[in-house]
Design a protein around this ligand. Sequence first.
Ligand code: ATP
Length: 368
Amino acid sequence: KKKIAVMTSGGDSPGMNAVVRAVVRMSIHMGCDPYCVYEGYEGLVQGGNFIRKMEWNDVRGYLSEGGTLIGTARCMAFYERPGRLTAAKNLILNGIDALIICGGDGSLTGADRFRAEWPSLLEELVSTGQLEAKQVEPYKHLNIVGLVGSIDNDLSGTDATIGAYSALARVCEMVDYIEATASSHSRAFVIEVMGRHCGWLALMAGVATGADFIFIPEKPREDNWKEEMRQVIRKHRDWGKRKTIVIIAEGALDRHGTKITPEMVKDLLADKSGLALDTRITTLGHVQRGGTAVAYDRMLATLQGVEAVKAVLEATPETETCVIAITENKIVRKPLMAAVQETKKVAKAIEAQDFDKAMSLRDTEFSD
Ligand code: ATP
């Protein structure tokens, strides 16, 4: 019987539980034994009770739970070869030959590295006497499949990451709450949302709530943005709008690479010689991650979890490691490393202030 393990890694995102549920139940449905690795790569390195066999009923109720019930962690040991060597040993000792990982680009990079190193890890386990040759013999190939769990919707090659639409829904709900009080007092609010290299949450929340002005990392405003923002907001106020909402992605920059801070924007809105608005700052923070998954994320996680198990069962030693994506409403398999590398290119372009490149990379991604 094939043993398939599932784990969640990196930042938690709504929908990760639905992934675990889908993988566990699809594995059983296909006649395999499912396992959960608790606490991400940390659990893989620790072994023991962190790796547990799962039954159908163990994941009951998982669809409507937020966060990840099997835990996640940032694991320093897995960045180093000795940590990955112990992880390989733990997998073999548990008889696991396939691993489905739900996480962000870091987790998926770690997964690919682990898979690429696998043969040499086995050699080392045998040559150092930790395992016998006949023990490792059935585990020549580690079968890895990635699923993208992230609230940022930042992975290239997929239209939606698991958790992004839940976070977007939460941001919109919070902006609605803020709008009620903003309108009552005729105030302005500067709202910071998550997104270090990806403006998707800020942009979509801005569209969905009718924000007055938005700042995202990939497309900085022109140098005259202060004047532009004043004019836009003045116009909206002249039209009778009693509230002002400005949304800033946490990684937003100006064209020269200077961070656009909520304080900076607040000072401009409050400036007595300009708009003179009574202005407050709200940093949404971790509420964006919390709460239950919206229906879309539950559906996406379930369909992708099912596809991940199918990919594991169909893989041959020659198959390239894949990530399960959604493109134009279809669940598809894509090469894992290409998706991660494209994602990293966007982050690098933003860091190098090559914003045209960042946007064109996002454009190709949107059009592919
Ligand atoms: P998020 O999008 O929330 O940041 P992430 O998966 O990108 O999620 P990371 O903290 O980057 O989060 O990665 C999670 C874990 O994956 C790390 O703590 C580490 O154990 C492992 N990992 C990340 N990058 C690598 C790497 N290059 N080599 C080995 N392991 C890695």
